[in-house]
Design a protein around this ligand. Structure first.
Ligand code: DAK
Length: 256
C-alpha cells in the first residue's frame, strides 16, 4: 500500500485515512482503488468488525481528481476503472462510518453519502459542485440526496452547486451524528466502539435490509445518473468548467 491511504486497525475497527492533503484529498483513481481494496480486505478479515473512513488533515475529500476527469470522454466513460472501484465500495457488507471535517465535495460527498453512518463536524462544507464543471454527480450522490431530501432540495443543491454545512446535513437527516469541529474522527471511533459490541451478523442483515428498502428499488435511477455523467464527459461545458477551475475564473457555459 502506498501512502495515499493510511490504515490502522485496533480493537475490531479498521481506520482508513484518505491522504492527499495537498490536493484536498481529491480521489484520484489510485486512491479510490486503494480504498476499495482496503475496504474489501476489511470485509473479509474476521478481526475487523467495522470501518471508519476519514480524511487525513483538515478535509474529507474535494471530489474526484479534476486533472483525471479532464482526460475522460463519453467514449471511455463506461470503461473508467473508477466505476468498478465505486461499485466495490458500495458492495461492502460490514458497517462503515464516514467521519467528515472540512471540504466534502463532489465525489467526496458521494463517498460520505455511501457510508452507513455519517458523522459530520458542524462547519464541514459538503456539496455537489459538479454543475460548475458542466457535470452532474456520477457516483450516486444525486440519487442518495433525493432519497433523503426529496426533489426540491436535491435539485436546489445539484443545480446550483451550493454547499451545505455539517449542521444542515444532520438537521436534514443525511448525517447520523454531528459534532464540534475537529471531533469527527473521535466521535466516529466512539460510535465504532459501540458497533463492535453488537452482533455482527444481525448488523450486516440490518444494513442489507435498509439498503434493500432505500437504494435497491432505484437502480434504474442510479444507472441513468451514471450514464448521464458519462455523456457529459465529452461536452464543451465540461471542458470549459474544468478550464475555468484551473484558471480560477468563472466559466462561460454554452449548453453544448
Ligand atoms: N481535483 C484535483 N485537485 C484539486 C481538487 C480536485 N477535486 N480540489 C482541489 N484541488 C487542488 C487544487 O487544484 C490546488 O492545487 P495546487 O494549485 O495547489 O496545485 C490544491 O488542491 C488546493 O486547492 P485550492 O487552492 O483551490 O484550495 P482552497 O482551500 O482555496 O479551495 C476547494 C479548496 C476544495 C474549495 C477548491 O479546491 C475546490 O473547489 N475544488 C474543486 C471541488 C470540486 O469541484 N469537486 C468536484 C469534482 S468532480 C465517477 C464518480 C464520481 C465522480 C467522477 C466519476 N465515476 C463513477 C466514474 C466525481 C466527480 C467530481 O467529484
Amino acid at each position: 500500500m502506498s501512502d495515499l491511504l493510511l490504515s490502522r486497525q485496533e480493537a475490531g475497527v479498521l481506520q482508513l485515512a484518505l491522504n492527499r492533503p495537498a490536493a484536498r484529498n481529491a480521489l484520484n483513481t489510485a486512491l479510490l482503488g486503494e480504498l476499495a481494496d482496503a475496504m474489501e480486505r476489511g470485509d473479509a478479515d474476521p478481526a475487523v468488525h467495522c470501518m471508519v473512513v476519514h480524511g487525513h488533515g483538515d478535509h474529507f475529500a474535494a471530489g474526484a481528481d479534476i486533472d483525471e476527469l479532464a482526460e475522460r470522454t463519453a467514449a471511455n466513460g463506461p470503461t473508467d476503472p473508477r466505476l468498478g472501484h465505486w461499485q466495490r465500495i458500495q458492495r461492502i457488507a460490514k458497517p462503515w462510518i464516514a467521519a467528515v471535517e472540512g471540504y466534502c465535495l463532489g465525489g467526496g460527498c458521494e463517498l460520505a453519502l455511501c457510508a452507513d453512518l455519517l458523522v459530520v463536524a458542524e462547519d464541514a462544507a459538503l456539496g455537489q459542485p459538479e454543475i460548475r464543471l458542466g457535470m452532474i454527480p456520477g457516483a450516486g450522490g444525486l440519487q442518495r440526496l433525493a432519497l433523503t431530501l426529496g426533489k426540491a432540495r436535491t435539485l436546489h443543491l445539484v443545480l446550483t452547486g451550493e454547499r451545505f454545512s455539517g449542521r444542515d446535513a444532520h438537521a436534514w437527516g443525511l448525517a447520523s451524528q454531528s459534532c464540534e469541529n475537529g471531533q469527527a474522527l473521535n466521535t466516529a471511533l466512539a460510535t465504532a466502539t459501540r458497533l463492535v459490541e453488537g452482533a455482527p451478523l444481525a448488523q450486516r442483515l440490518a444494513k442489507q435490509a435498509v439498503l434493500a428498502m432505500t437504494e435497491a428499488p432505484h437502480q434504474a435511477g442510479f444507472a441513468l445518473g451514471r450514464r448521464s455523467f458519462e455523456l457529459l464527459l465529452s461536452s464543451h461545458d465540461k471542458a470549459e468548467g474544468i478550464a475555468a477551475f484551473r484558471e480560477r475564473r468563472t466559466p462561460t457555459f454554452r449548453g453544448e
